[in-house]
Design a protein around this ligand. Structure first.
Ligand code: UTP
Length: 232
C-alpha cells in the first residue's frame, strides 16, 4: 500500500490521436488495480491543447499573465473533470469534487482512495501542484508523466546531441530547468522549475517518464524500474 501522486501532462489527452481513448481506458485500468491493493492516488491533470488554445485566443486581448494563467487553470479543471467522471463511471472510489487547493486535495485523500484535480492558482503549472500535493499527503513519490522519455541536459528537439539522464539529484534537475520562476502562461519546461524547487526542499523523489506508454506510469506507481529519469 502506497500513496503516490501522478501529474498527467495535458498533452497526453492529445486531440489529434484516436488512441487517446485507449490511453484513458488503460489509465483507468491501472487506477482500478492499484485501488484494489489499497494504494491512495492523487491524479493532477494538465491543460494540454485546451490550455494552449484558450491562452492563445486570449493573449492579444489580455495583458496579465495571472489572467492568462487562470484560463490555463480552467482548462486543467476541464481535463480533470474528464478523468474524474471516467473513473467514477468505472466504479472507482474517486472524490466527488475537484479540489481547488492542495490542502483541500490532501484532506479529501484521507477519506477517498483517489482524488483528481487540476491547477490551483496562477504562478506555476500542474507539475508544481502535484509535487506540493505529494508533500502535503506524505506520498512516497511524485510521478511526472509527460511526453518525453527522459530529462535531457538540453532540448532534444533543437539539439540532437542532448544527453538523456537516468538519474539526477534535485539540484542537478534544478540546474537543467532553471530557477524557480513562472514567467509566462502556457507551454514550459519538461518539469516546472517551481515544482522542482518544492521537491528539492522536501526531498520528494520524482519519477519523470513518457506517460504515452501507460505501463511506465504503472511501473513508477508500483515503485519498479520505469525507464525514465529518477530524481532523488
Ligand atoms: P499545465 O499544468 O498544463 O502546464 O497548465 P504546461 O506546462 O503549460 O502544460 P503541460 O503539462 O506540459 O501539458 C497549463 C497552464 O495553466 C496555468 C499556467 O499558465 C500553465 O501554463 N496554470 C496551471 C496555473 O497558472 N496554475 C496552476 O496551478 C496550473
Amino acid at each position: 500500500m502506497a500513496t503516490v501522486i501522478v501529474a498527467l501532462g495535458g498533452s497526453l489527452l492529445r486531440p489529434e490521436l484516436d488512441e487517446r481513448h485507449t490511453w484513458l481506458e488503460s489509465l483507468i485500468g491501472i487506477v482500478r488495480d492499484r485501488v484494489a491493493v489499497g494504494d491512495r492516488l492523487g491524479l493532477v491533470v494538465g491543460g494540454g491543447a485546451a490550455a494552449r488554445e484558450g491562452i492563445a485566443l486570449a493573449r492579444p486581448l489580455i495583458d496579465s499573465e495571472d489572467r492568462l494563467d487562470r484560463i490555463g487553470i480552467a482548462a486543467t479543471r476541464l481535463n480533470a473533470a474528464i478523468v474524474r467522471e471516467g473513473l467514477a463511471d468505472a466504479g472507482i472510489p474517486v472524490s466527488g469534487t475537484i479540489p481547488r487547493s492542495v490542502n483541500e486535495a490532501a484532506e479529501l485523500l484521507e477519506g477517498r482512495q483517489v482524488v483528481v484535480m487540476g491547477g490551483t492558482r496562477p504562478g506555476h503549472t500542474t507539475d508544481a501542484v502535484a509535487i506540493r500535493l505529494a508533500v502535503a499527503a506524505g506520498a512516497e513519490r511524485c510521478v511526472i508523466a509527460t511526453n518525453v522519455a527522459k530529462v535531457h541536459d538540453s532540448d532534444p528537439r533543437s539539439n540532437p546531441d542532448a544527453e538523456a539522464h537516468d538519474r539526477l539529484t534535485h539540484a542537478q534537475l534544478q540546474e537543467i530547468v532553471g530557477p524557480p520562476e513562472h514567467s509566462r502562461a502556457g507551454p514550459s519546461q519538461v518539469v516546472d522549475p517551481v515544482g522542482v524547487d518544492a521537491a528539492r526542499r522536501a526531498g520528494m523523489p520524482l519519477c519523470i517518464l513518457d506517460g504515452r506508454d501507460t505501463e511506465r506510469i504503472r511501473e513508477a506507481i508500483e515503485g519498479r524500474e520505469f525507464g525514465g529519469t529518477v530524481v532523488a
